[in-house]
Design a binder for this molecule. Structure first.
Ligand code: GLU
Ligand code: ZN
Length: 326
């Protein structure tokens, strides 16, 4: 018997939610609801320096306004530090991680030195990926940490071979972590868990059966799969959906004008108008027209979402009654 579906919405309170986030949340919500599943909300606030005050409440409000609901109270990462610490200790006990004293600029300098093998690689910055770690500290053992004077982070050793996983939307994906990113950080120098570790511990603890998120996170998935394996945790399925981009093809951001949900709302745009635009972009409506998230349930199909990113133009925004100003 198939296990009951458990999905999640995982906003980062690092700024207001915009149309790009909204599209992914809408897809995740429809996926869970159309399967009669459970949907949890997790606040990814562990990246503390970037967290803006009030952004958590704003994120909840934005989601509710869109008509996206969730079960039980939000899971808040900053309240779960002991769980992440336990996971780190497990990785340490098995020598799967090592202390790294390299600074960000050490890694960037090493990574920008021209290597023949690096030429044809996609630009990591474009994927929001860190530069490939050259393995400077990889010969250290866990116990070496005690004698270190400089601040250090903990890195997970990646295997020397490429790994493949099957994505529920994007199909089979192969990533060679040695070439892309190298040994990755699981615990930051400032003493908090990195996204990769926190998300795995949480998704497992919350019993998540399927992760629906933006495809900018595809390179993170093989890392997370390694952590599930190393921690002996049950692996969810993954569905990575294309992002919203601006007319220049770059991921939706401030440079494309203000597309924050709160701004659109204040400008008098209704949630139904936004949901309608997003639904049209996903192939569930033939024309842009107001619709509620719930009304979309019978029309929802993962397969009809275009494989390409959704290009949001000022003209489309005008169609929902919003004049974008940069
Ligand atoms: N918090 C992340 C974001 O807002 C999502 C991470 C995830 O879904 O694993 O982009
Ligand atoms: Zn190092």
């Amino acid at each position: 018997m198939a296990e009951p579906y458990r999905g999640r919405l995982a906003p980062s309170p690092t700024g207001a939610q915009h149309l790009g986030n909204a599209r992914t949340y809408l897809i995740a919500w429809l996926r869970a609801r159309s399967l009669g599943g459970h949907l949890a909300l997790r606040l990814e606030d562990i990246d503390s320096p970037r967290v803006k005050p009030g952004a958590a409440e704003q994120a909840y409000e934005d989601l509710r306004w869109l008509g996206l609901d969730w079960e039980s109270s939000p899971v808040v990462q900053t309240q779960r530090l002991p769980l992440y610490q336990q996971a780190l200790a497990q990785l340490q006990a098995r020598e799967l991680v090592y202390p790294c004293t390299c600074t960000r600029s050490d890694v960037e300098r090493a990574a920008s030195a021209p290597h023949e093998s690096e030429r044809a690689r996609p630009d990591p910055a474009a994927m929001h990926e860190p530069p490939t770690y050259p393995g400077t500290c990889a010969s250290r053992r866990v116990a070496d940490a005690e004698a270190l004077i400089r601040p250090f982070c903990w890195r997970f050793r990646v295997p020397a071979h490429a790994s493949t996983f099957s994505d529920g939307f994007a199909g089979p994906i192969t990533v060679d972590l040695c070439q892309q990113g190298g040994d990755f950080v699981v615990w930051k120098t400032v003493g908090t868990p990195a996204y990769q570790l926190a998300v795995v511990v949480d998704d497992a603890a919350m019993g998540i059966t399927e992760v629906v998120r933006g495809d900018d996170l595809i390179p993170s998935t093989p890392r997370q799969l390694l952590l599930y394996d190393a921690l002996g945790l049950h692996t969810p399925a993954f569905v990575h959906v294309p992002l919203v981009v601006g007319p220049d093809g770059r991921r939706l951001a401030k440079r494309h004008g203000d597309t924050r949900l709160s701004t659109l709302r204040e400008a008098g745009v209704s949630a139904e108008a936004i949901v309608g635009l997003l639904a049209w972009s996903c192939g569930w409506l033939d024309a842009i027209q107001p619709v509620s998230a719930r009304e979309l349930l019978p029309r929802f199909r993962l397969e009809s979402i275009p494989r390409q990113p959704f290009i949001l133009t000022p003209r489309l925004l005008r169609q929902i009654g919003y004049e974008v100003s940069a």
